[in-house]
Design a protein around this ligand. Structure first.
Ligand SMILES: C[S@@+](CC[C@H](N)C(=O)[O-])C[C@H]1O[C@@H](n2cnc3c(N)ncnc32)[C@H](O)[C@@H]1O
Length: 398
């Protein structure tokens, strides 16, 4: 117990010294979007449909830090009540000011709370965001179990944890700093780390990796400290990640950076091996990609608490009853050249543009097809799979 408390105290001290993330405070709505913080966008991505309305939407930002994500969660979900919890009172003070200045303070509540004690909130949440936190706990499994305990049935969780193979240079520098630095003096640790990077040989592996991959992120001391001077970090492989998930009792609903997890990215020039790989169980497919592309520095993914409903859109009757709704997570609309939910460029055909124009949630797919003789169910489904429009079920609520 003492060991656990000591780790928690050390983590709290780090983030009281260097609240994270060190984003400046600004007035008004934050710029752009991150679709992972839009609950309908996340729900549609994970389960392939959205409810016509959420009867109630309570969102928890677990380990909210200085509230950058919390602020987006409130803005991208205008009817939601948002709760942010964190160990660091310094970070929470900044978070509070951030949401007040951005105009959503009324709908956001912050509490200083260890996420393993989250049941003390005495609430359930339809959406939980937990980014960059579980890997800093002494027992991440206990943390995820605690969060699972306050996730509403049918609710979703978005999680981000570090991956082992792309961070081994970081882990070695952390170790070096820990060996030299007076324990717990994080500012001295940052000074030492910066000196080491400045004076080790330029072709040293750790120096090269910092220069090529991380230096831009690490201009500020808070990000440097979060990376190299951390008192507690547990990194994951695909195998240990799925052990963590299995322990939580939640269902894995897919990675939220799907472009990384495409076998074609690595095996397209080897079609026979690509076919062989496709026949592997899904976890082994992930392990293969992890083995072939060790740049992987984190895992980000959705979990859901059963019962979770999915719809078979290949059933034409069902598809025709749904109401298409254009995703707000896009840039350049109205227009034919867009950036999609993931800020990837998309060029629409005139028919696709027409379908999106009518995807306001007011008409069914059936009505839309009747009004556009050139539009087909396959085109609607293609736009749906690319997350440009969502399929809404009128009668359902989660
Ligand atoms: C790397 S920061 C991430 C902040 C924020 N989620 C983001 O992505 O911008 C990690 C945060 O988790 C908090 N934290 C770490 N362990 C925690 C725990 N056991 N309970 C609550 N918060 C914790 C830290 O205080 C810190 O603010």
């Amino acid at each position: 117990m003492d060991h656990t408390n000591n780790i928690t105290k050390a983590v709290q001290n780090l983030y009281n010294t260097y609240p994270f993330p060190p984003e400046p405070l600004t007035d008004g709505t934050p710029p752009g979007y991150n679709w992972r913080w839009s609950v309908p966008a996340a729900h549609h991505f994970a389960l392939g449909w959205v409810p016509a309305q959420w009867s109630e939407l309570h969102i928890l930002d677990a380990g909210c830090g200085t509230g950058v994500g919390t602020d987006y969660l409130a803005h991208l979900n205008p009817t939601a009540q948002v709760t942010g919890i964190d160990l660091s009172d310094a970070a929470l003070g900044i978070a509070q000011e951030r949401v007040a200045r951005s105009g959503v303070g009324q709908r956001v509540e912050f509490r200083q709370l260890n996420l393993t004690d989250v049941q003390q909130l005495d609430k359930q949440f339809e959406y939980i965001n937990c980014v960059g936190v579980l890997h800093h706990l002494p027992d991440p499994k206990a943390g995820l179990r605690a969060l699972a305990g306050v996730l509403a049935p049918g609710g979703l969780m978005h999680v981000f944890v570090y991956a082992q193979w792309g961070r081994w240079e970081i882990r070695l520098m952390q170790k070096a700093i820990r060996l030299l630095q007076p324990a717990g003096d994080y500012r001295a640790g940052v000074t030492l780390g910066r000196q080491l990077f400045a004076h080790l040989p330029a072709d040293n592996r750790l120096v090269r990796r910092e220069r090529e991959r991380w230096a831009l992120d690490n201009v500020q001391d808070a990000t440097f400290a979060d990376m190299y001077v951390h008192p507690q970090e547990i990194d994951y492989t695909v195998q240990t990640l799925f052990d963590l998930i299995a322990d939580s009792g939640l269902e894995f609903l897919g990675f939220s950076n799907p472009r990384y997890w495409q076998l074609e990215r690595l095996l397209a020039p080897l079609p026979e091996w690509l076919e062989t790989a496709r026949k592997l169980p899904i976890q082994q497919q992930y392990e293969l990609m992890e083995a072939l592309d060790p740049e992987l520095t984190h895992f980000e993914f959705f979990l859901g608490r059963p019962p979770l409903t999915r719809h078979d859109w290949s059933n034409p009757t069902l598809l025709r009853q749904a109401r298409p709704l254009r995703s707000p997570c896009m840039m350049g609309w109205p227009g034919r050249s867009l950036l999609d939910y993931d800020y990837q460029p998309v060029d629409l055909t005139p028919v696709q543009e027409q379908i999106l124009a009518q995807s306001t949630g007011a008409v069914t797919v059936n009505d839309l097809l009747a009004q556009n003789p050139e539009a087909t169910p396959a085109q609607v489904l293609d736009l749906q799979q690319r997350q440009l429009l969502w399929l809404q079920i009128k009668s359902k609520q989660i």
